[in-house]
Design a protein around this ligand. Structure first.
Ligand code: PEP
Ligand code: MG
Length: 759
């Protein structure tokens, strides 16, 4: 290879060798032929242009196997025969580390693996570079020479640029052909195993929240024109960041900081210089941006420091914006949203998800968490959600057929017809059950023994309220007010909140709505609130603890509630009360606000109920006076269970470890029921478990007479309660508990199955 092969274009515009190579490469790729033919021509062309005896392309056959797919110089029989594990040999090392290996004496290199079938023993010099696109590793490109020499920096650079163009072309399916390693991307079916964010199933077509930009022209002929395009693009980018900065609320320090960092990157001379250099070596403006972006992602994968990672994320995001400007492929790609869209995204904010609203059939995220804001909104909208579907944004294309199984946390992308048929059967069965439940809508949840259980729904958004009619709920047993705060980027004003709460009460048409005051902290961090670095946020400064120590927002919220009621009955409950004093103090704030509103001449609610959420075991042992003073108590089972068993509700490893029907937990709940009965205090249960039919049945059997759950659970819970005798269920539970069983579940399920009903 000529040592000056990769030198850049001179100012007078003479062609550099790397540009000539890239152009030959592009023409080869544009020519006719199947994938294999193309690969063969490419290896020949690279070896020829670079003056090396060997050029080979290894592509991933599966996640950790590389296959020799084409070669010039090694034995032809070894093509599609020679395979390496990820990390094995020098090729495997390049693939694993994502960085080039350049050595004059390959056999002496650590990890060298001799592959006799290839005949490579006579080649001393080795240069391998990763074939990757935006951090996605596709394979390794290798050149080898007999002479023991180190390849120059320019040669390494040239081969990297070629590898990048290969990656772009692979993305476009240029090497599709026979053999698994040559399969066209985005065509075969893929199964993703993620986690459940919201139960339910959906079939539809992929709608990418941020469609990836496709670069169709990685090689460009006119470097001056490309540099000009790049500079114009960067100028537009800077302008858009400046506009964002002027629009941003100056009081919002964090948002400002982020945007300032964006501005710094957008104005970075080094960034622009590196991209211009890539263009001079033959890349198009878009490909130059992507090359820089790939390098950023490679660095991201190796940086442990969270602050630096954030900054690299900013740069990654900025590159995306620049690519969209250059290609004109914005979020507005012109693609029409399918009729049955399933949203696929790396992550999404609650506000953005709400904007899509109920038209989405399902949501699949690469990141996300059970308690994330997006998950909360998906739950509120009853849209099946799968989280942690790793790499789905790289695999999925707009319009791909997709099946979402929120119950199992599975996603089938481009499924086979047999999988789709089985899936449709499951959906049909669910639909049948829904029909059955709809028939019960107007009927009360009366058990065979004559006991009635009040079934209410949990809500948090205006979007939830229509479910009041559809589900047959008696009222809203838990209105999570923090959702309104979570989806905004500023503290909402009192007037705004009052108007919203008033609309909630209008929609409830006289049914009771239990408004829970702000429950922030722990997993629910407001976008405009400074994140506290607490070692254990679930047990930290959250909910009523924040409200009592910084009462400004709590008082404003209480005022908004009183005004929204405007003479109608009002129900308020305070979250996470751990001791009597906290309840007294919170209650006092409300009483003072009532007083103040009265003095201001506002109409006061005709009746006010003030309750507490029992979410920590301590409150179950509060003085009798607490139970007598509280108008009602609502068990927040999600938190109560995590503190009872000391098992983090957000931690996948432990959150399912302890059964809700564990004898100790049920007997603890019975203790709470007893205390409320003793003081004649109304009691309800509003954690997720209330929506699980067997759990709901057991709660009712031990004396809970009011349950609040997701609207979709009301039908199944009611259906089961109406079919059983709660006295009998209680006897089964007591007998199981006395027998020394850990959980009463097996006994209850057995009893249900003996009644011909195991649902
Ligand atoms: C609970 O803890 O059970 C509860 C209803 O509150 P949240 O899930 O909002 O913490
Ligand atoms: Mg809670």
């Amino acid at each position: 290879m000529a040592d000056d092969m990769a030198k850049t274009a001179d100012d007078d515009g003479t062609d550099s060798d790397s540009r000539r190579l890239l152009r030959r490469l592009r023409d080869t790729l544009a020519g006719p032929g199947e994938g294999q033919e193309r690969l063969d021509r490419i290896t020949h062309l690279i070896a020829d242009s670079m003056g090396c005896e060997v050029c080979s392309i290894y592509l991933f056959r599966d996640e950790d196997t590389l296959e020799l797919c084409a070669t010039e110089g090694l034995k032809a029989e070894s093509v599609h025969m020679t395979r390496l594990r990820l990390g094995e040999g020098l090729v495997g090392r390049v693939a694993r580390s994502g960085t080039a290996i350049n050595t004059a004496n390959a056999p002496a290199e650590k990890g060298f693996r001799y592959m006799p079938e290839t005949g490579e023993e006579i080649y001393s010099a080795f240069l391998g570079v990763p074939v990757q696109r935006l951090g996605e590793m596709l394979g390794v490109l290798v050149v080898q020479s007999k002479a023991a020499r180190q390849y120059s920096d320019d040669e390494v650079y040239a081969l990297e640029v070629v590898a990048m163009v290969l990656a772009e072309m692979a993305e476009l399916g240029a090497f599709a052909g026979e053999g698994e390693a040559l399969a066209a991307p985005h065509q075969h079916s893929v199964l993703f195993r993620g986690g459940t964010g919201q139960e339910g199933t959906a079939e539809g077509r992929v709608w990418l929240h941020e469609p990836r930009v496709v670069v169709t022209n990685p090689v460009a002929d006119d470097p001056q024109a490309e540099c000009e395009r790049l500079r114009e693009g960067v100028a537009k980018l800077r302008l858009s960041v400046d506009t964002l900065l002027t629009q941003a609320d100056s009081a919002d320090g964090e948002q400002h900081q982020v945007l300032e960092a964006y501005r710094m990157f957008a104005n970075s001379r080094g960034w622009l210089n590196r991209m211009e250099e890539d263009i001079l070596r033959g890349l198009s403006a878009e490909a130059a941006v992507e090359k820089e972006q790939s390098a950023t992602r490679a660095r991201l994968a190796q940086v442990p420091d969270p602050y630096l990672r954030e900054r690299l994320h900013d740069l990654d995001d900025l590159s995306n914006r620049l690519l969209r400007i250059l290609t004109g492929q914005g979020a507005e790609t012109g693609a029409a949203m399918p009729d049955d869209p399933v949203l696929v995204a790396r992550n999404i904010g609650p506000g953005e998800l709400l904007e899509y609203g109920r038209k989405l059939k399902g949501v699949v995220l690469e990141e996300g968490a059970v308690g994330s804001h997006a998950a909360i909104v998906a739950r509120a909208l009853a849209i099946p959600l799968v989280i942690h579907a790793e790499r789905i944004t790289t695999e999925a294309l707009n319009g791909d057929h997709i099946l979402v199984d929120g119950d199992q946390g599975l996603v089938h992308l481009r499924p086979d017809e047999t999988v789709a048929a089985a899936f449709r059967d499951k959906i049909a069965m669910q639909a049948k059950a829904m029909e059955r439940y709809a028939g019960l809508r107007m009927l009360p949840a009366v058990a065979k023994c004559g006991t009635t259980v009040g079934l209410h729904m949990n809500a948090g958004l205006m979007a939830d309220l229509p479910s009041l009619e559809g589900s047959g709920a008696e009222g809203v047993g838990l209105f999570r007010t923090e959702l309104q705060f979570l989806i905004r980027n500023k503290v909402p004003k009192r007037g705004e909140l009052a108007a919203l709460y008033s609309r909630v009460l209008d929609a409830a048409k006289g049914r009771r709505v239990a408004f829970r005051t702000l429950d922030i902290g722990s997993d629910k961090v407001l976008p405009f609130m400074k994140r506290l670095d607490e070692p254990n946020p679930a047990m930290g400064w959250r909910a009523i603890r924040v409200g009592l120590e910084k009462p400004g927002v709590l008082r404003m919220q209480l005022q908004a509630l009183l005004r929204a009621a405007d003479g109608r009955p009002l129900t308020v409950m305070f979250p996470f009360i751990a001791q009597f004093e906290e309840f007294l103090e919170a209650r006092e704030h409300l009483l003072e606000e009532i007083d103040r509103e009265g003095q201001l001449g506002h109409t006061l609610p005709e009746k006010i109920e003030i309750g507490a959420m029992l979410e920590t075991p301590s409150l179950a042992y509060a003085p009798k006076a607490f139970f007598e003073l509280a108008d009602f108590i609502s068990i927040g089972g999600n938190d109560l269970k995590q503190f009872f068993f000391a098992a983090d509700r957000e931690n996948e490893r432990v959150r399912r470890r302890y059964d809700t029907l564990d004898v100790s937990f049920l007997s603890f709940l019975q203790h709470i029921v007893q205390r409320c009965e003793d003081s004649n205090t109304a009691l309800s249960f509003c954690g997720e478990d209330a929506g699980r039919p067997v759990e709901a049945l057991c709660f009712a059997a031990i004396g809970l007479r009011s349950l609040s759950m997701r609207p979709a659970s009301i039908g199944p819970v009611k259906s089961l309660i109406r079919r059983v005798d709660l006295k009998e269920a209680r006897a089964v539970i007591e007998e199981a508990a006395a027998s020394g069983a850990q959980s009463v579940r097996p006994a209850v399920l057995d009893w249900l199955s003996r009644q011909g009903d195991g649902s």
